[in-house]
Design a protein around this ligand. Structure first.
Ligand code: AMP
Length: 398
């Protein structure tokens, strides 16, 4: 079975074509600068990469190009589009939809209805789905939501301590994001520990340009750091994460800025970038810190500080932890940061083996547990696209 996974952003459309029988990606790429020019990269394992300037007016053009490349006599990997059995779409926000869902008129109507609470990521995801529907009207399509895995949270975790009617009127609640990644690595942890997820207490740390940490008890999410939007929790590349909420109206008055301008400060100018003044990219902030830049060091120390604080609180919330896992760009690659987070955590039963941590090859899953640690410690590369392909396969087959 072949599944195409599509991840549409406002000016980009990433794709991966999976051969599910062989559990491998047969082609992947990215259409960038949609609406403002156009550039495409197309990769096939073991073959030369292809990249070209193209004209991409909209997402329709992008998906037409993707299908053309996949079936191209020279660059393609399949003979015709018919070989694609189903298409899976990454959709950041599923609102009330608690699991991956077959695309129908009703699904699209619902996604349109929640654009108000998901103004950044909702419209491009819908455009991607509609473009695929136009190009392949009869192909089964599935939406896989970043929020879905977190839908098991109890009201005590997802209701904000605000007037209750705002939850009812505006859907103002914690939704949580990166759910597909948390679900994937939690599943892998269960395999590695050799116990079903429903018997484990796991903390998954997805630390990347956007970061979120999730507590999973007996297979259910009990808490996660991202909230109504992906700007809650630990500091991120350009997002502030959790701050005193009263700072927002105070700063708006001081700076005389509009809500949109304030939103831009909180989402685009804060976090690693805002504190360090160097970059939103953790590698660049690390390099500046190593070269003696005090604000860069503060930004990194802050990420460590907030992550430790969350892990401690999640151990308390679950009354223990069996495994903790690091994933995503920073979590998978930054050994020093992993070590700093796990230093002095033995009081909650977490001890990392620093040698194993230093020797773990990038891109592989490693057991980093030190002798005597009550909890297992892992690094596991995430694979959201494969998870989307699996859900799509399951639902399309059903
Ligand atoms: P993601 O959003 O998961 O793609 O992660 C992107 C983040 O991972 C960026 O901040 C990168 O700087 C960071 N990253 C990637 N490789 C490394 C590395 N070797 N050390 C530290 N951070 C890294």
């Amino acid at each position: 079975m072949k599944i195409l996974v599509v991840n549409a952003g406002s000016s980009s459309l990433k794709y991966q074509l999976f051969d599910m029988d062989e559990h491998r990606v047969i082609a992947k790429g990215n259409c960038e600068k949609i609406g403002i020019g156009g550039f495409v990269t197309h990769k096939r394992p073991g073959k030369d990469d292809y990249a070209a300037e193209v004209t991409l007016k909209d997402h329709d053009d992008a998906i037409t190009l993707v299908l053309k490349l996949l079936t191209d006599a020279e660059l393609g990997v399949i003979a015709t589009v018919d070989e694609i059995d189903a298409i899976g779409h990454r959709v950041a926000h599923g609102g009330k939809l608690k699991e991956s869902t077959l695309v129908s008129d009703e699904t699209l109507e619902y996604l349109y209805s929640i654009v108000g609470i998901n103004p950044l990521h909702g419209p491009p995801a819908i455009k991607g789905i509609e473009a695929c529907r136009k190009a392949c009207p009869n192909k089964p399509m599935v939406c896989v939501f970043d929020t879905a895995f977190h839908s098991t949270m109890e009201p005590v975790s997802y209701i904000y301590p605000l007037p209750y009617e705002y939850y009812e009127q505006f859907g103002l609640r914690r939704y949580g994001f990166h759910g597909t990644s948390h679900r994937y690595v939690a599943g892998r942890v269960a395999e590695l520990v050799g116990k079903p997820l429903c018997e484990l207490k796991v903390i998954t740390c997805h630390l990347g340009n956007g970061s979120s940490i999730t507590a999973i008890k007996n297979g259910k999410v009990v808490d996660t750091t991202m909230g109504f939007t992906p700007n809650e929790g630990v500091p991120m590349g350009t997002r502030c994460g959790t701050i005193d909420p009263t700072i927002v109206p105070y700063l708006m008055k001081q700076l005389n800025v509009t809500p949109d301008e304030m939103d831009n400060i909180l989402n685009k100018k804060s976090g690693l970038l805002g504190v360090s003044g160097v970059s939103s990219d953790c590698r660049e902030v690390n390099a500046a810190a190593d070269a003696g830049n005090a604000r860069a060091k503060l930004a990194i120390d802050q990420l460590i500080h907030y992550t430790k604080k969350i892990i401690g609180s999640y151990v308390a919330e679950m009354n223990g932890v069996d495994a903790i896992v690091f994933t995503a760009g920073i979590g998978e690659n930054d050994r020093k940061l992993r070590q700093s987070i796990c230093t002095d955590m033995d009081f909650v039963g977490i001890k990392m083996d620093n040698e194993r941590n230093a020797e773990c090859p990038r891109g592989t899953a490693c057991d980093l547990t030190a002798e005597g640690s009550r909890a297992k410690v892992y690094v596991i590369p995430t694979d959201e696209e494969y998870m989307i392909a699996l859900d799509t396969q399951k639902i399309a087959n059903a």
